[in-house]
Design a protein around this ligand. Structure first.
Ligand SMILES: [Fe+2]
Length: 377
C-alpha cells in the first residue's frame, strides 16, 4: 500500500449553532484575538458583532481586521500581520469565505516569523507552527478550514498561487452551517461547485487513498443531494447542513489526496480573466472529466452512483454538465477573452502546478493545449 498522509485542523467542531463556542475555545488559546474577515457581509449579517460578543464575554480582547478582498493579495496579508503585531494579538479568528480564511491562516502562520510573505510565495514551506487560528467558514466551498495552504495573488505580476506549511492548518475548524444561511444564491452556487469539484478531483487523484476516498464519496452524496436546494432556498437549514458537511469532507479529502487538472487550470484562467474560483472550477469540471475518462472511468461511475444520478461515468458527466449550466457557471471562455495567443501564458503554469501533477491522466503541454483549444471552439 502507498504511503498515506492525513492533514486536518487540530480539532473540528461541526453543528448548527456551534459558533457560540468560539469564546470558550479562544479563551483556551490566548487573550487577544485578531478577527480577520471580508469588507462587508460578515458585518451585514450581524455575525461579526455576535462573534465579537462571544469572544469578549469569554474575556478575550478583540481587534478587527476587516480588509480581506476577493482573490486576496500578498499585500493584504502583510497589512494583517502588521495589525496582529501592532494590536498585541496572540491568535486569529478567521470568519468568512475561502478568501478570509486563507488570509487569516496566513497571518497566524507568519506572525512569529521575520521573513516577508513573498519569500514563501515561490514555493518554500513555511516553517514552525505559527499562532493559533480558529476558522469559521461562512460559505460551503473551499474547505479552507482544514487545509494546509492559502491561495493568494501577487498583484504586481498577476500570479495566483498557494503558500503551504503545517503552520497554515487551523487549531480549530468551527463549522456552523447557520453562518451560511444568508449567503446569496450566486455565491452559494459557485462555492458549492468548488466543493463538488474538490470532492471529485480528490477522488480520482493519484493521491487518493483508503481514508480520503470514503470522505470524497460522502461529500459527493451530500452535495449532490443539497446544492440545488441551497441555491433555490437559502434558508433551508437541512440543505445548508448537508452542503457544509459535504464541503468539510471534500476539504479533508483534498488535504490528504490533493486535487487535479481543474484546479491546475483554475488559477491561471481565474487570474487572467477575473473569474470567481468556484465559477471557473464548475465551468472546467465537465471538460476535465471528459479528458480524464480513459484514466478514471470506473471511479467516475462510482461517483454517479453516490450522487444518485446514474450508473456510468457518462451519467456523471451529463449530470455535472446540466448542474453547471443551471447554476450559471457555464462560462463562454471566448467571450471572456481566452485566445490562442494566451496559451503560452497558461500551459506551462498549468503543467507545473501541484494539482495537475495529481491528475489521474498525466498532464502535459500537448494535452492542456488541446483542452484549451476545445474551450474556445
Ligand atoms: Fe477549489
Amino acid at each position: 500500500m502507498a504511503e498515506i498522509t492525513l492533514r486536518s485542523a487540530k480539532e473540528i467542531i461541526f453543528g448548527s449553532g456551534s459558533r457560540v463556542e468560539v469564546g470558550a475555545q479562544a479563551a483556551l488559546l490566548g487573550n487577544h484575538a485578531l478577527i480577520v474577515c471580508g469588507q462587508g457581509s460578515l458585518q451585514a449579517s450581524g455575525a461579526l458583532d455576535e462573534l465579537r460578543a462571544h469572544l469578549e464575554e469569554a474575556g478575550v480582547t478583540v481587534t478587527v481586521f476587516a480588509e480581506v478582498e476577493a482573490e486576496p493579495s500578498l499585500d493584504t496579508v502583510e497589512r494583517g500581520r502588521e495589525a496582529f503585531s501592532a494590536g498585541g494579538c496572540d491568535m486569529v479568528v478567521a470568519a468568512g469565505g475561502g478568501s478570509a480564511l486563507d488570509v487569516g491562516k496566513a497571518i497566524a502562520a507568519l506572525a512569529p516569523l521575520p521573513e516577508p510573505l513573498s519569500d514563501f510565495f515561490a514555493g518554500a514551506m513555511i516553517p514552525g507552527q505559527g499562532r493559533p487560528c480558529i476558522a469559521l467558514p461562512t460559505t460551503s466551498g473551499t474547505g479552507a478550514e482544514v487545509t494546509p495552504n492559502s491561495v493568494l495573488t501577487d498583484t504586481a505580476t498577476g500570479t495566483k498561487a498557494s503558500i503551504r506549511g503545517h503552520a497554515l492548518l487551523p487549531e480549530i475548524a468551527l463549522v456552523d452551517p447557520e453562518l451560511t444561511l444568508s449567503l446569496p444564491p450566486d455565491q452559494t452556487a459557485f462555492s458549492g461547485l468548488d466543493a463538488l469539484t474538490q470532492a471529485i478531483e480528490a477522488y480520482v487523484s493519484t493521491g487518493a487513498n483508503p481514508v480520503s476516498a470514503p470522505m470524497s464519496e460522502e461529500a459527493v452524496r451530500r452535495i449532490a443531494g443539497s446544492l440545488r436546494q441551497a441555491v433555490q432556498d437559502g434558508r433551508n437549514l437541512q440543505a445548508r447542513e448537508d452542503m457544509a458537511l459535504g464541503s468539510l469532507l471534500a476539504g479533508l479529502a483534498l488535504a490528504s489526496a490533493r486535487l487535479g487538472l481543474v484546479h491546475g487550470l483554475a488559477h491561471p484562467l481565474g487570474s487572467l480573466y477575473h473569474l470567481p474560483h468556484g465559477m471557473v472550477c464548475g465551468a472546467l469540471l465537465p471538460w476535465v472529466i471528459e479528458f480524464n475518462l480513459p484514466a478514471a472511468e470506473g471511479k467516475y461511475a462510482r461517483l454517479a452512483q453516490m450522487a444518485g444520478v446514474g450508473e456510468s461515468a457518462e451519467d456523471l458527466l451529463e449530470w455535472v454538465d446540466g448542474l453547471v449550466e443551471d447554476l450559471g457557471a457555464g462560462v463562454d471562455f471566448t467571450a471572456r477573452g481566452l485566445k490562442r495567443d494566451d496559451f503560452d501564458r497558461i500551459v506551462p503554469y498549468t503543467v507545473a502546478s501541484g494539482s495537475s501533477k495529481h491528475n489521474p491522466r498525466p498532464v502535459d503541454e500537448q494535452g492542456v493545449t488541446e483542452l484549451l483549444g476545445r474551450l474556445i471552439e
